[in-house]
Design a protein around this ligand. Structure first.
Ligand code: CA
Ligand code: CA
Length: 371
């Protein structure tokens, strides 16, 4: 990522200057009628209000959510769920018994302007629940297979609010799956991790994966958020209100969260904001490559901290409004594709020289009061 930073920075500066001259007017009359909207600071912070008024809402885009499953009976979600797969139990029952996946799904695509609950970033996008985590947390199951399943079943975005730190081992099968999905024009996004460290977390730090750190409402880095060279973007991740299962699950029975709706904090919550913004972009420009998606988000992001890319906020907060109103960043020639292929093959070969298991767990921070 470092090598591409300087050229991207120049593009980002030019686009930022153009952006400064653009005047943005929000039509308050076009805000949706969801009653908890005023509590959704992250929705406003990513400029989803202005995007909503623009009319682009993620239509035609399927987002695979690799997580604990989703409550597909939730009144604020049921219209937007497509069939997925349960890789933990190897069946098609993707019921969420934890709560984490349902929360992530609501941030991306809760039904909006339906008079109940919350609004999503891309309310006309569809969620494909791919269950790779059980309610007891712990290691992900078949992450590589889930990535390939998503890419082969029409998902344009793979949202991964999960990860783990791997200091000496790289998973060759996950790397290969990421590479294949990228070649199919699927954009992969992952949470950066909640350990307040610059040590890399995977899959966020793999090539071709957008890594998302977390910020609080005052735009400071969330105290728990990871940072470092692998960070691509940042997004709201503290006290994020979203959907919870309508029945008892681990988060409600063991961590005192409420059924139906509640707030969580973590880079797990930041990742789906970016997934939602990408869904908005792809609903307008369905054939963008993952590189064009990343470059477009980067050029139009709201910069934070040190000027331009930095290790805490990456390129900044992706802007839901800018991505549906400004022209995408083109990909120049085929050199970049050849470069990506070379890098992909190198990494796969490198990966095969290693062996062992990945230590992993759910990236969740069960807190709504710490910040
Ligand atoms: Ca709603
Ligand atoms: Ca910056």
């Amino acid at each position: 990522m470092k090598k591409t930073t300087s050229s991207l920075t120049i593009v980002a500066i030019i686009l930022a200057l153009i952006a400064l001259n653009a005047s943005v007017v929000t039509d308050a009359a076009k805000l949706p009628n969801d009653p908890y909207l005023s509590e959704q600071w992250g929705w406003y912070d990513t400029h989803a209000d202005k995007a909503y008024a623009s009319g682009y809402q993620g239509k035609g885009v399927v987002v695979a959510v690799l997580d604990t499953g989703v409550d597909d009976k939730h009144p604020d979600l049921k219209a937007n769920i497509v069939e997925g797969w349960n890789f933990v139990d190897n069946n098609n029952d993707t019921t969420d018994l934890d709560g984490h996946g349902t929360h992530v799904a609501g941030i991306i695509a809760a039904t909006t302007n339906n008079g109940i609950g919350i609004a999503g970033i891309a309310p006309e996008a569809k969620i494909m629940p791919l269950k790779v985590l059980s309610e007891s947390g712990g290691a992900w199951i078949n992450l590589d297979k889930a990535i390939l399943y998503a890419a082969n079943h029409g998902a344009k975005i793979i949202s991964m609010s999960l990860g783990g730190q791997v200091t000496t081992v790289i998973s060759p099968t996950v790397l290969a799956a990421i590479f294949i999905a990228s070649q199919k024009n699927v954009t992969l996004i992952a949470s950066a991790g909640n350990e307040n460290t610059s040590s890399k977390s995977y899959p966020a730090a793999y090539p071709n994966v957008i890594a998302v750190s977390a910020i609080s409402k005052n735009h400071s880095r969330a105290s728990f958020s990871n940072y470092g060279n692998y960070i691509t973007f940042t997004a709201p991740g503290v006290n994020i209100l979203s959907t919870m299962p309508t029945y008892p699950v681990t988060l409600t029975t063991q961590y005192d969260l409420s059924e139906n709706y509640d707030s969580l904090s973590g880079t797990s919550m930041a990742c789906p904001f970016v997934s939602g913004v990408v869904a908005l972009l792809l609903s307008k420009y369905p054939s963008l490559t993952p590189k064009m998606v990343k470059d477009t988000l980067a050029a139009q992001a709201m910069d934070l901290g040190e000027k331009n890319w930095d290790p805490y906020f990456g390129y900044g907060i992706p802007d839901a409004y800018m991505v549906v109103t400004e022209t995408p960043i083109p990909e120049f020639g085929n050199m970049s594709i050849l470069f990506l292929v070379s890098i992909g093959i190198l990494f796969i070969i490198f990966g095969h020289k290693k062996s062992g298991e990945i230590a992993s767990r759910i990236e969740t921070r069960y807190s709504s009061k710490l910040e």
